[in-house]
Design a protein around this ligand. Sequence first.
Ligand SMILES: Nc1ncnc2c1ncn2[C@@H]1O[C@H](COP(=O)(O)OP(=O)(O)OP(=O)(O)O)[C@@H](O)[C@H]1O
Length: 782
Amino acid sequence: MDAGEWKKEQARVDAVRGQLKKRIARDEPIVSELKAQVVGIRSEFWDDVTVNLAESDDRIETAVSMKQQAEVLSERERSHRALRSGLQKMRRLLPAPYFGRIDLVEEGTDGTPEQAYVGVASFLADDGETFLVYDWRTPIASLYYDYGPGAVRYETPGGEIAGEMTLKRQFSIREGRIRSMFDTGMTIGDELLQDVLSRTSSSQMQAIVGTIQQDQNAIIRNDRARLLIVQGAAGSGKTSAALQRVAYLLYKHRSRISAEQMVLFSPNPMFSSYISSVLPELGEENIKQTTFQDYLELRLGRRYELEDAAEQLEAVLAGPEADDSIRLRAASISCKSSVRFLERIEAFASGLLRSGMRFKGFRLRGRVVVGRSQLTERFYAMDASIRLPNRIELLKEWLLEELERLETAEREADWVREEIEFLDDDQYRKIHKTLRRQRAGADEEESVLEERLLRTEVARRAFRPLRRLAESLAWIDAAGLYKDLFRGEQAENAAEERWSEIAARTLSALDDGRLLHEDAAPLLYLTELVQGFRMNTSIRYVIVDEAQDFSPFQFHFLKRLFPMAKITALGDFNQAIFAHSTELAASAWLQRLYGPDQTETIVLRRSYRSTRPIVEFTRSLLPDGTAIEPFDRPGELPVLVRAGSAEERDRLLGADLLKLAAGEAASIAVICRTEGESQSAWEALRAIPGLESLKRVTKDTAKFESGMLVIPAYLAKGVEFDAVLLYDASADAYGEERLRKLFYTACTRAMHVLRLYAAGAASPFFADASPGSFRVVEPARP
Ligand SMILES: Nc1ncnc2c1ncn2[C@@H]1O[C@H](COP(=O)(O)OP(=O)(O)OP(=O)(O)O)[C@@H](O)[C@H]1O
């Protein structure tokens, strides 16, 4: 780049920063003053309004005065919020006002190119019209991500604009100085990306706004698809693109959609903390984050002892695949996560329109007051065309009336008289108050009236839990219905492998009040088919990360739970470590969920997280791994360290940990296969001098921190580390084919360094890796 051009650009950066500083200096005192005013008005609110309620004129005056004060307050609050957010944007722009420039000659103009500089927020000149910086989410900025110099077109709210891009320039600016600057073609320069990716990790995910790639931009800006499926290689930027997409959508629909109307399903709470700084970094509020497990807990947690996905995985990994009970459990999981089972449940629910409903009766003091057969008879006496949830609603209404009738009749029962003795003082006082009020106009004698009131109170108290039960729909015997799928005629028709054993195990777990993870979503699905689906109509966008771990049941839930939402499902089938996994792009049932017209799929092949040698090693572990493209970032080969014993392995690994920590690595993870392995590895390694502060991550860890830690592979999903040390890569630990994806997931967490340790024979996966894609190190022994 010639020096004159560089100087010109630096002068522009200086000028824009000058404007920013001027505006910041102007607005800072105004924001502080407004804040002081708001605080002042709030605290003096009651002093300033004339409170005089004696006369009616005064009352009006007071109301007017209060209204005026409230209006002043909300007007000041609005101005304060707007100015403060403008100020925050300017402060964010100050160190690096922009990262890109495009020159565009619009069709039909005189040929003079318009220059558009692109940054994290828009910034206008004093005239209030000229954009000194365009927000990366503005329509014109899309050109920066989608095109190279040449013919271009982009959508604006006013229609399509076509033109010629005459220049595309990238900048790296730090603290106001241009560090690098180059004109590029189609892709956003590898140089910049190299620079960004070679940095060490931090405890929080970073925004990628300056280096978004074209295919990622397609994810970010897609607002057509009802279901957007993103299948992307490990480290291809799925999570990053998803978060940028949230920021884009919040900007695009800022007048009608707020952060509360979006929800992100993440794999675990630690992951939520890891990504929580991206949106604030982009000047947006964080959206709601949850896990599917949270939803299950909310709906089923009170009634059952719920197993979570991690416990399920641990159970499956607890023994060798050849172990019969492990095989049976795996068969149970895959059967209950299948579309076939979903369809079976739907067919079973339709059958309930005719027969088979199960209810629980209502008891009062050990006596049945509304029997289950009474409920069933009423249910089936209804018109055959009425849907299940509507019948339940009608039955509930009847139940509430019936309980009221029973309660009135029950007041005369002998036990009520006895219970009166047990009313406490408070209740007596309340009743006497009512008594005093009613006595005036009553014909009855006081003692008769008193007894009537007391009896009413006792009966009301006794029926209260029954009324609550009726409202809660807990009188539908959902577990009983679910059990019916595993017994009698239903069970006999099942063609699944080992069905009768699966059925026996399911029934015995349910009888103990335990709900296995694979039963939770199907049971809830069946319950909702009967009683109607809960809905949240305010949510407009749902993002599902690690979507390969979602079963058909979970996707069907999302569709029904969020009927007004567009869903983005991001995942990688190669990282499907749980037994219930979805192939995403290749899944026919997922395509059918909203139908092909409303479903779009984007595939990301390029992997950015790891160095080229790491990607070359990890992709060679997969049968279709050649489709994954490494980003050309150099680094050292992955290393297989062969140890003679477990003790030697711990010693060697410990020494490597210390060496890496003394170097540049900010985060180093010792990744284990299971929670149990993680616990014993942590104990063994912590005993090594210098490693006393080694941390251990469990499924209850809420916050992601950098430094040295030990973590089970399934919890490391979605996060990344400068260095990954795979604790046990021996044939004992990873000898089975079913563990290939877990192994792959663990290895792909590494950004710069990957070392794998094996005491004894190494995992057979190494034999599948390309020759020369890793180095073997064997310590010299005497
Ligand atoms: N366009 C980009 N510019 C700069 N960095 C990027 C870009 N895309 C991805 N990255 C970086 O690559 C790493 C991996 O990204 P991310 O975690 O979003 O990938 P992922 O597809 O969700 O990975 P996984 O499925 O393995 O969890 C992150 O450090 C991210 O910042």
